[in-house]
Ligand binder design. Structure first.
Ligand code: ATP
Length: 459
């Protein structure tokens, strides 16, 4: 097994063991493409959510939060083009009947697929005699719509059909008029939403990278078409700034200008932000200039006027849209794979998560040096309570010996461990604070502890 795949397996097992991420429906044998977040995963995700919301909503005065329903009127997906064309190329193994992504099979055979039509993929698969991963012949390439279909209400007729949303974006476009009517914003302004999206991916894979249920953080930012470039550049910088906020190694983040023939037909410019995952350089986020496509379509399909009147220029037009789109789960995967580190400390091998304090589930852990000394425990508990008032993400641990506790905190990425020992009590000599990455300890006086910790975690 390659080193990269081995790292992924070790990471998946650490994520499970330490309560970050579990396989979905595990006790029933799992459900492909679904993962459940455990307590530490939830904490990590909440931190990412907070950082995103702060940067893109709270710190600005031009952004409106939305939390739209996941199930929406089916006409929305007709208007947006998803019913007709939200599809991936599918082929079937003629023997096993297993289904695969045609573009993935071609790419695995070293053939570039960007910009290829279904017909062209079909020709290539046949010409190059591409087989399924099980070594069997495959059938014709066809389109497979990735939306999860369901019925709303007690009727199962065509009128009751709806879909679990495959993106959060449309929930914002359909609320454009509501935001205009409630708040009367002037252009430019945006709508922001964090929420689940569902795609019936043909081949979910690579842990959290390609799943069937995932979370997105998206912005639909409305502009005057004459001014789209400055907004595009602004969000390009902001997206990079966000990758720094969550601590991603900057040399692993890349920008890819998507070529004309590879862009969605309505997009005039798209940049993909890619990340060096252990399994290759893959899309992390996207930034697209979607023109007035969505609002125009919804205006036409709903017969509701979605134009904007500019008081200054006395012009009426449909605003154009810049869309920064972030995948939450890919962010979590990038953070975890980036943070996963193996080294040697004090002559022993160790594994730790080099998480930025901004995203670490716990910022600080507090221990008594020994577990069966009531005096130490009591003092450590007092210090824990004091820290908790200022830094809520603190954990108390007196299980096992101190070495084990350090290892446990290293594995969950806690940046600092505070230990109360006999000198703390008998000599008033303060506590020791251990740095996760270097493993070094320093003594800090009790009166300086809070300030020291706040500074160390960047608060
Ligand atoms: P891909 O080409 O990898 O399928 P996409 O270009 O279809 O992705 P978008 O439709 O642009 O993705 O979705 C926006 C973001 O949502 C992506 O950049 C990614 O972070 C996330 N995302 C999309 N599909 C999935 C998925 N199946 N699992 C996890 N995250 C996803």
């Amino acid at each position: 097994m390659s080193k990269a795949l081995e790292t992924m397996e070790l990471l998946i097992s650490l994520a499970k063991r330490r309560g970050f991420i579990y396989q979905g429906s595990e006790i029933y044998g799992g459900l492909a493409g679904t993962w459940d977040y455990g307590p530490l995963g939830v904490a990590l995700k909440n931190n990412v959510r907070k950082i995103w919301w702060k940067r893109f909503v709270d710190d600005r005065d031009d952004m409106y939060g939305i939390d739209a329903a996941l199930i929406m009127n089916q006409r929305i997906w007709e208007a947006s083009g998803h019913v007709a064309s939200f599809a991936d190329p599918l082929v079937e193994d003629l023997k096993t009947k297993k289904r695969f992504r045609a573009d993935h099979l071609l790419e695995e055979a070293g053939i570039e697929t960007k910009g290829l039509t279904i017909a062209k993929m079909d020709v290539l698969i046949k010409e190059k005699k591409i087989k399924s991963p099980d070594g069997n012949s495959v059938g014709d390439v066809r389109q497979f719509n990735m939306m999860f279909k369901t019925h709303v209400g007690a009727n199962e007729d065509a009128g009751a059909v709806s879909y679990l949303r495959p993106e959060t974006a449309q929930g914002m476009f359909v609320n454009f008029k509501n935001i205009m009517d409630s708040f009367h914003p002037k252009l430019p302004f945006g709508m922001a939403q964090i929420g689940k999206a569902f795609r019936n991916e043909i081949a979910p894979r690579d842990f959290l990278f390609r799943t069937r249920e995932f979370e997105q953080m998206e912005i639909e930012y409305m502009v005057d078409p004459k001014k789209w470039t400055e907004t595009f550049d602004h969000f390009r910088e902001q997206m990079i700034a966000f990758t720094k906020d969550v601590g991603l190694t900057q040399s692993k983040v890349h920008e890819l200008e998507v070529a004309d023939e590879d862009r969605a037909f309505y997009s005039k410019r798209t940049i993909d932000f890619e990340f060096d995952f252990p399994f290759g350089k893959k899309e992390l986020y996207g930034l697209a200039y979607r023109t007035d496509y969505d609002l125009k379509q919804h205006s036409e399909f709903s017969k509701v006027d979605l134009s904007y009147y500019d008081e200054e220029t006395k012009e009426r037009f449909i605003p154009h849209c810049i869309e920064p789109s972030f995948g939450m789960d890919r962010t979590i995967l990038a953070i975890l794979t980036d943070a996963y580190t193996e080294d040697e400390l004090g002559g022993e091998k160790r594994t730790y998560l080099r998480l930025a304090p901004s995203v670490a589930p716990y910022k600080v852990a507090v221990f008594p040096l020994l577990k069966n000394k009531p005096q130490l425990i009591e003092k450590a508990r007092d210090i824990f309570k004091i820290i908790k008032k200022v830094i809520p993400e603190v954990i108390f641990d007196d299980n096992g010996n101190i070495g084990k506790r350090y290892r446990r905190q290293d594995e969950i990425g806690t940046p600092f461990c505070v230990t109360v020992d006999f000198d703390t009590i008998e000599k008033g000599a303060g506590v020791t604070v251990r740095n996760r990455d270097s493993g070094t300890q320093e003594r800090v006086e009790e009166k300086d502890l809070i300030e020291f910790l706040k500074k160390s975690i960047g608060q």
